[in-house]
Design a binder for this molecule. Structure first.
Ligand SMILES: [Zn+2]
Length: 319
């Protein structure tokens, strides 16, 4: 049996000197230093408790960051926010009834690439615990019952395929039937290339459903979050009676590089941000995430004339 010999290094001398001679069968315990190597995580700080703000570099305690709806307490940087987190931050407890939760995409074009479309879907389902890039349902925000759709960028870049389009259409149709306002939070890279023309058809379908909703004199509030681009910007996201945006969100159709290469012109500073679009009249109001619920409640109150039937729980005779 080969003997292991524990060695000791002498500073400045390249020598291997037996420190102790281990017994033949005793296990050799590797020598550990109390000082961890540079760059190694510190053992006394549990991982996953702190997050560094990419904008101001402050270390943020995760619990406080979650309590502040993932907005940096020092510089108001808005961290990415999942659909479920956003729904939890908006609706009243236990009031949200999800719709079409099991609707799943099919590989209608037999898309092939480095990995197939079904494989991609499976990976993202596992990683995000979502079935597709949007959650829809009916819930209460403040005292108002609303049809709420929230996109999640983590699922295939929030791309709009048949399922996203169908879920939005069903949500809007349900809202029209029940005389409810619609609120949709967008976060999307655009149409889903894996479904080709079927993705593009969702632009017309969702827009048509919203046209019927609008004809019934019901409000639609569109909230643009970082990023909202492509076919989503070019369809339902731009059709809100009121269009809100989170601060510093990227909002556009094509990316800035494509526009620069096509127009051969320099783009103005701040191009395709919420602030730029508000200055140019595309966005009505920029709202911090921490202020979003209060703003929505205020808008719903403003847009709901007393005759509107979604004013279900309001007691008009109350003093
Ligand atoms: Zn910060």
């Amino acid at each position: 049996m080969k003997k292991s010999v524990k060695t000791r290094k002498v500073s400045g001398v390249e020598s291997i000197e037996p420190a102790i001679t281990p017994l033949a069968d005793s296990p050799v315990i590797p020598r550990t230093s109390k000082v961890p190597p540079i760059g190694a995580p510190r053992l006394d700080i549990p991982q996953g408790l702190w997050t560094k703000c990419p904008k101001c570099s402050e270390l943020l305690y995760d619990k406080y960051l979650d309590d502040n709806l993932k907005v940096c307490m020092h510089c108001a940087y808005h961290f990415p926010y999942s659909a479920r987190e956003r729904i939890n931050s908006l609706v009243e407890t236990c009031s949200f009834e999800e719709m079409d939760a099991d609707l799943r995409s099919v590989d209608i074009l037999s898309f092939s690439g480095p990995s197939s479309y079904p494989e991609k879907l499976q990976q993202h389902e596992k990683a995000t615990n979502l079935r597709d890039a949007i959650i829809t349902g009916v819930g209460k925000i403040g005292e108002y019952r609303v049809a709420l759709g929230v996109m999640d960028f983590k699922f295939l870049g929030g791309s709009m395929g048949s399922v996203v389009g169908e879920k939005i259409t069903r949500l809007v149709e349900e809202a029209t039937d029940r005389s409810l306002p619609v609120i949709i939070f967008s976060a999307s890279g655009g149409a889903r290339m894996y479904e080709g023309v079927f993705s593009l058809m969702q632009m017309a379908k969702t827009s048509a459903a919203l046209a019927f909703h609008s004809q019934a004199n019901l409000p639609f509030i569109s909230v643009l979050t970082d990023p909202t681009t492509g076919g989503v910007t070019a369809s339902f996201a731009s059709l809100g009676d009121v269009i809100l945006a989170e601060p510093h969100a990227m909002i556009g159709f094509a990316g800035p590089r494509v526009i620069r290469d096509t127009t051969h012109a320099d783009l103005p500073p701040g191009f395709q941000t919420s602030e730029f679009l508000m200055q140019h009249g595309f966005v009505d109001l920029i709202v911090d995430r921490t202020d979003m619920k209060r703003t929505l409640v205020s808008l719903l109150g403003f847009m709901s004339a007393p005759k509107a039937s979604f004013f279900e729980t309001q007691d008009f005779n109350a003093p």
